[in-house]
Design a binder for this molecule. Structure first.
Ligand SMILES: Nc1ncnc2c1ncn2[C@@H]1O[C@H](COP(=O)(O)OP(=O)(O)OP(=O)(O)O)[C@@H](O)[C@H]1O
Ligand SMILES: [Mg+2]
Length: 615
């Protein structure tokens, strides 16, 4: 036997208590995590009243009392054991979770690191029952006895981490821990207006939030928990699509914050942090808010529970969407639409802001119809928010070209470094050869054409075909009745190109899906062109149609407000995509032009001599 073998420990099953303490490492980070788990249990029990009573930031005591359905006597001891839950019983249930909990882990974990007591009574029981664990034992010993309690449950957690001192050391001051608890209560209270919440700290009531079932009462609750100004200007959203819906409040372009502290996004009532959602929101707001400013929102996205996997992380703060693109585009669309509406509602407001991006202050303000409270105080909430500022136009800034904005590597690509975007569709760059002007629209159309053609040809050799993107909101297109009438005759070609197009009324077509490559385009004109071409030339093939239709591709309408860094990234993508277009390809000249310094000089010389002659 070698030494390693001699010192090896045998494999053994961990004691239940230790296994639960390990699980608690994931679920219970601090008192606030316990509060979250316990409130979620009360919500799952159908409570309409939840009281959270905290002593010393939760380090000494956390008591949650609810009026939910309670736990039957015979299930009380099961409730505190690991892998015991009333919420799921099969794998199928796991794929469509409708409750907050489902892992059957929270109570067992909390029991393993605290002095714990649960008293519960169901409607059909005459009396309540109490389960509690006993003092300092490392093994699990407990008492179970009759008690008095109205229908519902109370859970009392004392001396968190008393038996795992190493973890207790990570806890912060009473105040900080209470702040985290208050945050948890806030987050939950902003999604469940049908529940009355009371939060107490050291015997003092910090929040009393009565049920808020009307719009008015909901607004009052938000005002109490967040910010009056936010509520005053917030846009109310209520959107319903076939598979998804979204409701809530969001800030308009006239209100923003210096940090992301007022962003509450729920998926089926569960607060989540999700990259897809953040991206969808950021994409819309970055076009209307200056850099360094963030929107505020309280939004709840509802979708079929089968469409979202919540079993991704032990604390359930992350989710995985089955149809990422659909969710992204829906959120993006709803927010964009809400913001567009205020912009058009207030189109009579003629405001112009010019921002000095480096100073992050308002350097000039011109308003024809109203004045700003404190124009020189920079981005203070007061100056930038307020009801009168609804409808501000998007902020347009120009980012000076500085050394810092250049890519770190000095090795420039063929197209060089972006200097700026010039309306309507030119990207201006500086390369070693001189000035490069890129026709972004043609580049976009060319890229779409190439990808679309490639996918289209692949289907003829049985390799997939055109990737199709279904619309969240089908598009109704009003066209000439004769054109509409012909749509059924060309269904094969229409479908093979990637469109789901059908006749709705005599002169209306409905477009339910389009090729995924067509991100920005005017579908009305494109479909008119498609049907006209098919009518005129019955034998026209896809390879001829695609270049024709790609001409209807448009630029992303937020192009002008993109930051230089984003443009630089876009330029790198263009270079990669066109790597094969060698320097002297004739096609290249249609996409971009390089003006050498000599050529630019010549332009000026010509102008000067012309001017001199004129004079
Ligand atoms: N306040 C409560 N009212 C009624 N039943 C409760 C309450 N708290 C817990 N329970 C019962 O105890 C069970 C165990 O709770 P626990 O929180 O450990 O697991 P879970 O909620 O099922 O899943 P998760 O670990 O994901 O939270 C629950 O499934 C539920 O049946
Ligand atoms: Mg639970």
């Amino acid at each position: 036997m070698n030494t390693a073998e001699l010192t090896r420990s045998p494999i053994r099953q961990l004691p239940v208590q230790l296994a639960n303490q390990i699980a608690a490492g994931e679920v219970v980070e601090r008192p606030a995590s316990i509060v979250k788990e316990l409130i979620e249990n009360s919500m799952d029990a159908g409570a309409s009243y939840i009281e959270v009573d905290i002593q010393k930031g939760g380090l000494q005591l956390i008591k949650i009392r609810d009026d939910g359905h309670g736990i039957p006597e015979q299930e009380m001891t099961l409730a505190v054991q690991a892998h015991c839950t009333s919420k799921i019983s099969s794998f199928d249930d796991l794929t469509a979770i409708e409750s907050m909990g489902f892992r059957g882990e929270a109570l067992a974990s909390i029991v393993s690191i605290s002095r714990f007591e649960i008293i519960s009574r169901t409607e059909s029981q005459q009396m309540a029952w109490r389960w509690s664990n006993s003092s300092t034992d490392s093994t699990l010993s407990y008492q179970f006895e009759p008690a008095s309690h109205p229908v519902g449950s109370s859970i009392i957690v004392r001396d968190i981490f008393y038996n795992t001192m190493a973890r207790r050391k990570f806890l912060r001051s009473e105040r900080t821990e209470f702040r985290h608890i208050e945050d948890v209560v806030k987050r939950i209270a902003l999604s469940r207006f049908d529940i009355e919440f009371v939060l107490k700290h050291n015997q003092r009531v910090v929040h009393r939030l009565p049920q808020a079932l009307t719009a008015d009462l909901k607004t009052k609750r938000i005002e109490k928990l967040l910010d009056k100004q936010f509520v005053q200007q917030a846009l109310l959203v209520s959107y319903q699509a076939s598979q998804l819906s979204m409701t809530g409040w969001l800030s308009n372009a006239g209100y923003s914050r210096g940090q992301t502290d007022m962003q509450y996004f729920y998926v089926n009532g569960r607060i989540v942090k999700d990259k897809v959602i953040s991206h969808a929101l950021r994409q819309v707001y970055q076009a209307v808010l200056p850099p360094g400013r963030f929107p505020a929102y309280v939004l709840n996205l509802q979708l079929d529970p089968q469409q979202v996997d919540v079993n991704v992380h032990p604390t359930k703060h992350e989710v995985r969407f089955r149809q990422i693109r659909l969710v992204h585009d829906f959120v993006n669309h709803v927010i964009q639409d809400a913001l567009n509406k205020t912009q058009s509602n207030h189109s009579d407001v003629d405001d112009t802001f010019v921002f000095d991006r480096e100073e992050q202050t308002v350097t000039e303000y011109k308003a024809s119809k109203h004045t700003m409270n404190e124009p020189s105080s920079g981005y203070s909430g007061a100056a930038y928010g307020g009801a009168s500022s609804v409808g501000h136009k998007p902020v347009v800034y120009s980012e000076p070209y500085t050394k810092e904005t250049q890519p770190a590597s000095s090795q420039q690509g063929l197209l060089g470094t972006v200097i700026g975007f010039c309306q309507p569709y030119y990207l201006i760059c500086q390369s070693q050869q001189g000035l490069v002007v890129i026709h972004l629209l043609r580049v976009a159309q060319h890229q779409v054409e190439q990808q679309w053609l490639q996918q289209f040809k692949a289907q003829t050799i049985n390799k997939g075909g055109v990737e199709v993107k279904p619309f969240i909101f089908p598009l109704s297109l009003e066209l000439d009745a004769q054109l509409c009438d012909s749509v059924d005759n060309y269904q094969d070609m229409i479908q093979s190109l990637g469109f789901d197009l059908s006749l709705q009324t005599k002169n209306t077509l409905v477009l339910r899906a389009a090729p995924a490559v067509l991100q920005h385009c005017s579908y009305g004109t494109l479909i008119t062109q498609l049907l006209t071409s098919l009518k005129l030339e019955k034998k026209i093939d896809g390879a001829t149609l695609i270049p024709l239709l790609s001409r209807f591709v448009q630029l992303d309408k937020h192009s002008e407000s993109k930051a230089l860094s984003e443009w630089q990234q876009h330029l790198d993508d263009i270079e990669r995509a066109f790597a094969n277009l060698c320097v002297d390809s004739p096609y290249k000249n249609k996409l971009w032009r390089v003006l050498s310094v000599a050529e630019v000089n010549k332009l000026f010389q010509a102008n000067i001599s012309a001017k001199l002659v004129d004079e």
